[in-house]
Design a protein around this ligand. Structure first.
Ligand SMILES: NC(=O)c1ccc[n+]([C@@H]2O[C@H](COP(=O)([O-])OP(=O)(O)OC[C@H]3O[C@@H](n4cnc5c(N)ncnc54)[C@H](O)[C@@H]3O)[C@@H](O)[C@H]2O)c1
Length: 415
């Protein structure tokens, strides 16, 4: 995520009036979290100003065009624009003219895998001149535990009298519009009035609300993501153990889960990647003084899966004489988001180990990618890295070496 402090006083506008007031301003409102929230709140009747830093995106969003894939969002975006309940722009003064400011910038981890608090604080600082007394300021991104308390003290020391709240986003990309209206919202604040206003904001989406303290809300969000990261790692480790012993994990998975409800939620192996899970496991590890062995082990397993696949291929074939095709480059299926996708790590390893690597993705148009058909025809080895639905019916010619880690083609995976 690109974090750029706001340019104070900048007012590139796309049609908003200088006096119009809003129910909600969303800072970071053009992104994967901010945009669906802005659209959903506007669709449900709030007047919303989505504030960001990219003039090109402001223009295309104002014309009703989605910058990324999000099921059902574009229709609602156009509906909200048509009803004049949603505006996109770069004018920070709109924060002052809003009852609620939602901030969608979180805590990344640095190259040492330590949390970086500075971007969020710097961003908050750049908007200080625009917050107004009594305003509800909602932190929405995943943060390092204790961040909300820290910022609460920091704002008080500066005499900024806002109601600070932390209400974590829990959607899965691609399902945001549906999930914003169905998933219970976890809300936390420091006063009864703050909690009441958070409840009012999120109940307007039609969903239930669960109230906790800020530290509980921060941990609830991190624990949720890290729980998923560790169970994905468990499936990946099981896959490697089975494969190392000549067994097909998918046969085992079927045997384990068939009419056995206690394991009905057991995940299958595959790349566990994207901008959240790895980062959040490392945040939790840092929070626990780096004594989160399970989290670190999960990271080693998940991040090691591309290396494992290439190692196994190398043990069986002379990769230096083979062309390898990596099919699917986004971080998860049916998405156009490539942030922190392990497909790119796989490509990097293969660029070193194989004769040639070809990459393709139905949702991405990159200059060095090739069409699906060419990848299938020219590759000796085909690795289905991201199982987009468009690949399900693909016919792979006989004689190709196929690595279907997701078992999308139903033939299992033994390499
Ligand atoms: N993507 C998800 O599915 C998801 C789910 C839950 C939580 N989160 C958390 O939400 C946070 C944001 O993730 P995202 O996927 O929306 O990122 P994103 O990069 O898609 O969106 C962030 C937006 O903030 C904007 N921005 C940066 N600096 C700004 C500034 N000074 N003023 C205004 N706007 C600014 C960026 O231009 C961008 O549009 C992350 O911390 C992540 O942990 C993400």
């Amino acid at each position: 995520m690109k974090l750029i402090p706001a340019a104070p006083g900048r007012a590139d506008t796309f049609g908003e009036s200088r006096t119009k007031t809003y129910d909600v301003a969303i800072i970071g409102g053009f992104g994967h979290v901010g945009l669906p929230l802005a659209v959903s709140l506007a669709f449900r009747g709030k007047s919303v100003y989505a504030l960001d830093i990219d003039p090109v995106r402001a223009e295309s969003l104002s014309a009703g065009l989605m910058p990324f894939k999000e099921d059902g969002c574009e229709a609602r975006l156009r509906d909200a624009l048509g009803a004049e309940r949603l505006e996109f722009g770069l004018d920070p003064h709109c924060v002052t003219r809003s009852d609620v400011a939602v901030i969608v910038v979180g805590t990344p981890v640095d190259r040492h895998l330590n949390p970086e608090f500075e971007p969020l604080q710097a961003m908050l600082e750049s908007y200080l001149p625009y917050f107004k007394k009594g305003q509800l300021v909602v932190l929405r991104s995943t943060v390092y535990p204790g961040t909300t308390d820290h910022l609460h003290r920091w704002l008080e020391e500066r005499g900024v009298e806002v109601e600070l709240a932390f209400c974590p986003e829990r959607i899965a990309e691609g399902k945001a519009i549906e999930e914003l209206e169905t998933l219970p919202q976890i809300v936390s604040a420091y006063t009864d009035e703050g909690r009441r206003r958070c409840r009012e904001l999120f109940e307007s989406l039609g969903c239930e609300v669960v109230e906790v303290t800020p530290i509980e809300a921060e941990l609830a969000k991190l624990f949720s993501n890290v729980w998923r990261y560790t169970i994905f790692a468990t499936a990946n480790q099981f896959f490697m153990i089975a494969n190392d012993h000549g067994a097909d994990f998918y046969d085992i998975h079927h045997a384990m889960t068939y009419k056995y409800p206690r394991l009905s939620g057991m995940p299958r192996p595959g790349f566990a990647a994207g901008p959240c899970l790895f980062k959040d496991a490392m945040q939790l590890a840092a929070f626990n003084n780096n004594r989160f062995y399970l989290g670190h082990a999960a990271m080693l397993v998940n991040e090691g899966l591309p290396n494992y696949l290439v190692d196994r291929l190398k043990a069986r074939f002379d990769l230096t004489k083979l062309t390898v095709g990596v099919l699917g480059m986004t971080f998860k299926a049916d998405s156009d988001d490539k942030r922190d996708s392990l497909s790119y790590k796989l490509r990097k390893i293969l660029a070193f180990e194989s004769r040639r690597v070809l990459c393709s993705d139905v949702y991405l148009d990159e200059p060095d990618f090739v069409p699906t058909a060419r990848l299938v025809n020219e590759s000796d080895v085909i690795i289905l890295a991201t199982p987009h639905r468009e690949y399900r019916e693909l016919k792979i010619p006989a004689g190709k070496i196929v690595v279907d880690i997701w078992n999308a083609w139903g033939g299992g995976c033994r390499i």
